[in-house]
Design a binder for this molecule. Structure first.
Ligand SMILES: *[C@@H]1O[C@H](CO)[C@@H](O)[C@H](O)[C@H]1NC(C)=O
Ligand SMILES: *[C@@H]1O[C@H](CO)[C@@H](O)[C@H](O)[C@H]1NC(C)=O
Ligand SMILES: *[C@@H]1O[C@H](CO)[C@@H](O)[C@H](O)[C@H]1NC(C)=O
Ligand SMILES: [Cu+2]
Length: 337
């Protein structure tokens, strides 16, 4: 075995770990449900398991629906019209979400005549309920920066949502490489909920995924994404007629969920329709995002994060959590040390 060659690769690789991520937890009206680490199933969750923390590339990729090789999840958890739904992002291996450029958008789709634990999202008619771009009054900073800082993101479900099973598709599009066509990184995540109450709304402006985006959309291929006067145009349909307008960032989640997600059940959820989001901060800026601005950061030009910038960056590295192109090298490190 040519150890010198191996070590040459290692020394070029070790200073960095790949920087991508996934939705690690969803809390509905304060009740937290853990998501499984990609490709590491531990127990039932309402969040569909994906196979890797790497991004979906390409607007016509079937994985843009619910994430890389997304699988049906076992739980469908209760929600109501007006519920607050709080998403916690992770960078994997104990790290924070690594990117700060690009929008967060949230969609819903009815699971129709079946329950969401059996519903294939490729048939879904998605309607947008929220879009969050740059901060209001700070055109150089995206709301995504707060996710990078470790904050969660909260949306309010539409007040007139009809009862039934829905997928909630929450997504970050990381645009740090979007100056090149095809460079945008899509990170969609789907959560299965059963909406109670007595709403009667019918959503307009639905799309399918793939179908809702094109690689040439100005909000996906954006050569000026780092320019101070770039007027960001959200991709996809407009926010649906049904949608509530409040959404925003909350401090890091204090609720922690374990497996099995306690209290969750595949049949629960005929609710009363009462909204409880008092503890969550509604940010008036979150749905705006049309102001011009800049977000520059040289360190964001590569999808990598310097090792050591997070204390636990190396404490829990797992080959399974690494992007495929690192796996072989990292496996050699781990098995040779
Ligand atoms: C949905 O259907 C497509 C096409 O048949 C398939 O590739 C995909 O794995 C299915 N997804 C789920 C979650 O079953
Ligand atoms: C390490 O991974 C395990 C299992 O995925 C997780 O429970 C634990 O919190 C992780 N620890 C750190 C320090 O990230
Ligand atoms: C690192 O991981 C340890 C063990 O899981 C945990 O106690 C500690 O708080 C973590 N430190 C940081 C900075 O996340
Ligand atoms: Cu990344």
């Amino acid at each position: 075995m040519k150890r010198t060659a191996v070590f040459a690769i290692i020394s070029a690789t070790v200073p960095y770990v790949a920087a991508h991520g996934f939705v690690s937890q969803v809390a509905i009206d304060g009740k937290a449900y853990a998501g499984n680490v990609p490709n590491d199933y531990k127990g039932p969750s309402p969040i569909r398991l994906i196979s890797d923390i790497s991004p979906v590339k390409g607007a016509s990729n079937p994985d843009i629906n619910c994430g890389l090789n997304a699988q049906l999840a076992e739980l469908v958890v209760p929600a109501n019209p007006g519920s607050s739904v709080e998403f916690q992002w992770s960078g994997g291996a104990g790290q924070k979400w690594p990117h700060n450029t690009g929008p967060l958008m949230t969609y819903m789709a009815s699971c129709g005549d079946t329950t969401c634990d059996k519903f294939n999202g490729s048939d879904a008619q998605w309607f947008k309920i929220d879009e969050a771009g740059k901060k209001s009054g700070d055109s150089s900073t995206w709301i995504q920066q707060d996710i990078m800082n470790g904050d969660s993101f909260t949306v309010t479900l539409p007040q007139d949502l009809s009862p039934g099973d829905y997928l909630i598709r929450h997504e970050i599009i990381a645009l740090h490489l979007a100056v090149t066509k095809g460079g945008a990184e899509f990170y969609p995540s789907c959560t299965q909920v059963r909406v109670g109450g007595s709403g009667s709304g019918t959503p307009t402006d639905t799309v399918k995924f793939p179908g809702g985006y094109s690689d040439s959309d100005p909000g996906i291929f954006d050569p000026n994404v780092f320019d101070s006067d770039d007027n960001y145009v959200f991709p996809g349909p407009p926010v649906s007629n049904l949608a509530a307008t409040s959404a925003g960032i909350t401090p890091p989640a204090t609720a922690s969920a374990t497996f099995p997600a306690e209290g969750a059940s595949a049949t629960g959820g005929s609710g009363s329709g009462s909204a409880t989001s008092a503890t969550h901060v509604a940010s008036p800026s979150a749905s705006a995002g049309t102001s011009a601005g800049v977000a520059t950061s040289g360190s964001q030009s590569q999808c990598r994060l310097k090792k050591g910038s997070t204390k636990n960056a190396t404490s829990n590295l797992s080959v399974r959590n690494m992007p495929r192109h690192y796996s072989r090298v990292m496996a050699r490190i781990m098995h040779s040390s």
